[in-house]
Write a protein that binds this ligand. Structure first.
Ligand code: NDP
Length: 456
């Protein structure tokens, strides 16, 4: 178990909102022993005490539900190093010491390459791990470059390209429901399933994150990574085991089977849009282009929709639709599996049969099965819903991810070839959108997105 965590970019938003609470959760659950140490690194001048106070404040704010002992422990074991992570001579003293470290790059993606080179120069102790957040590069070429830098310094099993969606209970539940139920897996194919929708619609607008989001957009922020990972879990063949190699091999198979869209298909099967001024829950929302820090010339989309096909035996006749948008009228985060209509209904029933839908709700977490049964009148058909709520997870997603990093369990991290395949799938879309071959539509904030969405 690794007992030294270095967060490069420790004073940023990711660290404050997710990593520090993740550590408090690990302490509460008994996963962090007294020997654990946290070293924060960024360029700002701070003393150890100032950093400890800052950590305590962030935990007050973002980990209020955890016991005081856990939060005090995390603040107490913290220390601080001022360093520019692109400079190997500045990084070396932070990395030095006994035993392996987990080097978490909570940094702007634009300096990942320079930071990795600097860490290589500084020399990571044997057995260390390196953790990178999305986006992993900004296109296929950058992802390949970053991969070759990383694998030149450390073995693949020590590289954690994390996607916190994979650590969510509901996402794990997707696998459990699929693979541990006799009644599900035999009908999990194109003969029975017509469409699978993977949706992350949020009411949240830009929320002051123009510095990161403008120029990145919905496709690269959500769809190319998080939603594509969900698609992999939904569509993959059953793995031999849940260990890192078996699970990731099956996910890569899916990515390699996704048909690359040609120019005509990109125009027909993808949509991009950005929000104009509107109202959400009674609050006025300015147009995206009028938000602080946004450059309208970037043409950044806040809504992305893509329809994909998987060229393999299981999914040849099923359509996969992925969609995500900001500043929409309702939060809707789910994987919705739409089954084909029944092949025959005996005469004599009254009413219509709606095809079955199995919904994996991502936030709040739950599972819903939509069936048809008999209503109050004999022979009258009526919709029936079976709903299951999930137990609260013992660890939040970032707690789970950090534990895997400390235990060097790479199952939930993205392997290098997987990261590259994810970019390959999206390359034609990224290029066509950058060249304005698909119009940038508009939708009012608080609406359902651009008119005529193909999604249900
Ligand atoms: P922030 O801009 O809030 O934080 C960036 C951090 O990096 C700061 O601590 C900054 O401190 C430090 N930093 C920047 N340049 C250097 C440098 N040369 N040397 C040392 N430290 C440096 O970004 P976020 O925390 O939001 O994001 C970090 C990463 O996490 C990004 O890759 C992002 O895509 C990813 N991510 C973020 C999520 C979030 O919700 N915030 C969610 C999922 C992923 P200083 O300037 O003082 O050096």
């Amino acid at each position: 178990m690794i007992e030294r965590l270095l967060i490069f970019g420790a004073t940023g938003d990711l660290s404050a909102r997710y990593l520090l609470p993740g550590l408090a959760a690990l302490r509460e659950q008994g996963h962090l022993g007294d020997g654990f140490r946290l070293i924060g690194v960024s360029r700002e001048d701070r003393s150890d005490d100032q950093f400890r106070n800052w950590v305590a404040e962030q935990l007050d704010r973002y980990a209020a539900g955890y016991p005081a002992e856990a939060c005090q422990f995390v603040a107490g074991v913290s220390s601080y190093r001022r360093a520019d992570v692109t400079d190997p001579s500045a990084v070396a003293p932070a990395v030095a010491g006994d035993g392996p470290i987990a080097a978490y790059l909570a940094l702007p993606p634009s300096i990942f390459g320079a930071a990795v080179t600097a860490l290589h120069g500084a020399g990571l102790p044997l057995g260390s791990t390196i953790v990178l957040e999305k986006p992993f590069g900004e296109d296929l070429a950058q992802a390949e470059q970053l991969n070759s830098l990383l694998t030149g310094m450390i073995d693949e099993e020590s590289i954690f390209r994390v996607d916190h969606f994979l650590a969510m209970t509901t996402v794990q539940n997707l696998l459990g429901t699929r693979l541990a139920n006799r009644i599900i897996e035999p009908i999990w194919n194109g003969a029975h399933i017509s469409e699978i929708e993977i949706i992350w619609d949020e009411t949240l607008a830009l929320a002051g994150r123009a510095g990161y989001y403008d120029g990145v957009g919905a496709l690269k922020d959500m769809l190319q990574n998080h939603l594509l990972q969900l698609l992999c879990l939904v569509a993959m063949e059953p793995p031999v085991s849940l260990d890192a190699r078996d699970l990731r091999d099956r996910k890569v198979d899916v990515l390699r089977s996704i048909r690359q869209l040609d120019d005509a298909e990109v125009r027909q099967r993808t949509r991009r849009a950005r929000y104009s001024a509107g109202t959400i829950y009674g609050h006025p929302i300015p147009a995206y282009v009028d938000e602080d820090g946004v450059d309208p010339d970037h043409g950044t989309e806040t809504y992305a929709e893509i329809e994909l096909q998987i060229d393999n035996w299981r999914w040849a006749d099923t359509v996969f639709r992925m969609r995500t948008g900001k500043a929409l009228g309702n939060n809707r985060m789910e994987v919705a599996v739409h089954f084909r209509p029944v092949p025959h209904l005996p005469a004599g029933f009254d009413g219509d049969v709606a095809p079955n839908v199995l919904r994996f709700e991502l936030d709040p977490e739950g599972v819903i099965i939509e069936l048809t049964g008999i209503g109050r009148q004999v022979r009258s058909l009526a919709p029936m819903k079976l709903t299951a709520e999930l137990d609260q997870p013992a660890l939040p997603a970032y707690g789970r991810l950090l534990l895997d990093v400390f235990e060097r369990n790479a199952t939930l991290s993205i392997r290098g070839d997987e990261a590259e395949e994810s970019w390959r799938v999206m390359e034609p879309v990224i290029t066509a959108w950058a060249e304005d071959r698909v119009p940038l539509e508009e939708y009012p904030a608080g609406s359902d997105g651009p008119a005529r969405s193909r999604l249900r």
